[in-house]
Design a binder for this molecule. Structure first.
Ligand code: NDP
Ligand code: 2IT
Length: 444
């Protein structure tokens, strides 16, 4: 059995009941096998793959809070500090009822390689809670965030671990979390990113993941002789990533005809109205069904179905494993040119293989959605130097970072003869830097 297969088997056995973590472990370790084989003796001796797959630290804690009826509620909080070889732990917080340790570990593991690809000095971490912000009052969300921070503050700091947003955590939640951190520690420091612009946030952080996704997609299409101009694009999701992906795709000349949430999806052949979408989702916190009710050209459908629409480019921007084998078959039979992942691990392993085998150009999440964390790192730089950069300055740096990520992937594909398997290219490029830093720092 190869070293990679041995470690996958061992880690899977030692961490039962964590299918999402097993999935990313399989994807990443199988695709770096070519590098591992070339260094097998040293890596084995140093147990490099075992160390990389075991988080440096996992924190799990109780989060009690009082709801509007005076009832005490109890949620579970997590922070997984996965790897600090190249910088302080960095990665978002997810508030969603599905959150468990396996989900946080899959996200944290992916984050190690994503952060490495940005070229910026940030390690990998992730956290969150099974708290569901949907339907809660502002006061309830604040009470939860304050209680969550009452424990988390002990484990984070601007040079230790810097959380940010993810599903269910946006500007409102970051504000409440930041206020409580400051109250507990008396420190006005860049301990969280995605902060509001009046208290240390960076311009373009809100837009960064979606915009970055499109800057990356532009590179992918260019390398394959295509461009976004005049293309039809389908997007899933209607949160932070989806909204700004749609906005930038339109600015680059594409027509985006879908958006969705966990209850249904909208087909709007005239193109999604981003101003209306922002008002519905960011201001009024309503559903896609409300979008359809207010936009005459839009059709609303219950359930899943975005990938049944004919288009050129698919951008899944909602959640993990939302593109399964049936969706992949639809995408192939609808003659899509490319699928580029905005969400983290939105495509199952089986669907990824099917798309790649059938000639759909595939852009992997840890490269394609790295723009969010990259601008988070730029927010950390601005906080450290106590200065603010202009929107254009941050946006230009973001575009350069996404271009550079694609170049690293292409270089790795060429060096290890992986053709245009960008999944392999991204995993290899992300891994090589972290592996070298870990080896240089001894057995820790
Ligand atoms: P938001 O909370 O802003 O939006 C999430 C969107 O996805 C909503 O439309 C939500 O619908 C939908 N969604 C969430 N869970 C499910 C589910 N189980 N089934 C179907 N739809 C679902 O989150 P973000 O936009 O920030 O995150 C979206 C994805 O992008 C996630 O995978 C996240 O990890 C990833 N990501 C986010 C980054 C960021 O900077 N925010 C950076 C990089 C990646 P509903 O409202 O009905 O729940
Ligand atoms: O998945 C991700 O990269 C994020 N949710 C953003 C993390 C961050 O620290 O900005």
């Amino acid at each position: 059995m190869s070293y990679v297969d041995e470690v996958i088997e061992q880690i899977t056995k030692e961490n039962p009941g964590e299918p999402e973590f097993h999935q990313t472990l399989n994807e990443v370790y199988k695709s770096i096998e070519v590098v591992v084989d070339a260094n097998e003796e040293q890596y084995r001796k140093d147990a490099l793959l075992e160390r990389l797959a075991n988080p440096e630290r996992q924190i799990k804690f109780r989060v009690p809070w009082v709801d509007d009826e005076g009832q005490v509620q109890v949620n579970t909080g997590y922070r997984v500090q996965f790897n600090s070889a190249i910088g302080p732990y960095k990665g978002g917080l997810r508030f969603h009822p599905s959150v468990n340790i396996g989900i946080i570990k899959f996200l944290g593991f992916e984050q190690i390689f994503k952060n490495s690809l940005t070229g910026l000095p940030i390690g990998g971490g992730k956290g969150g809670s099974n708290f569901d912000p949907k339907g809660k009052s502002d006061r309830e969300v604040m009470a939860f965030c304050q209680s969550f921070m009452n424990e988390l503050y002990r484990h984070i700091g601007q040079d230790q671990d810097v959380p940010a947003g993810d599903i269910g955590v946006g500007g409102r939640e970051i504000g409440y979390l930041y206020g409580q951190y400051k109250r507990l520690t008396k420190q006005y420091e860049g301990v969280l990113t995605g902060k509001g612009l009046t208290y240390g946030g960076s311009l373009a952080r809100t837009e960064a993941t979606g915009y970055g996704l499109l800057y990356f997609t532009r590179e992918v299409l260019k390398a394959n002789g295509e461009s976004l101009d005049g293309k039809t694009v389908t997007v899933s999701g209607s949160g932070n990533v989806a909204t700004y992906a749609i906005e930038k795709a339109q600015q680059l000349g594409a027509n985006v005809v879908t958006a969705s949430d966990s209850t249904g999806w909208v087909y709007d052949p005239e193109g999604i109205d981003v101003a209306l979408l922002k008002d519905i989702k960011e201001v009024r916190r309503l559903r896609m069904s409300d979008y359809a009710a207010e936009k005459p050209s839009a059709e609303y459908h219950e359930g899943k179905g975005v990938w049944s629409v004919e288009a050129d480019v698919a951008l899944p921007c909602a959640t993990q494993n939302e593109v399964d084998i049936d969706d992949a078959k639809n995408i192939v039979s609808n003659n899509y040119f490319a699928l580029v992942e905005g969400a983290n691990m939105p495509t199952t392993l089986e669907a990824t293989k099917y798309l790649q085998d059938n000639g759909v150009v595939f852009g992997p999440a840890k490269a394609a959605n790295a723009g969010g964390v990259a601008v988070s790192a730029l927010e950390m730089s601005q906080n450290s130097e106590r200065l603010h950069w202009t929107f254009e300055e941050v946006d230009n740096k973001l575009a350069n970072i996404m271009q550079n990520i694609f170049k690293q992937i292409e270089d790795s594909c060429n060096k290890y003869e992986q053709g245009n398997d960008y999944v392999a290219g991204a995993n290899i490029a992300g891994f090589e830097k972290v592996a070298e830093a870990m080896q240089a720092q001894g057995i820790v």
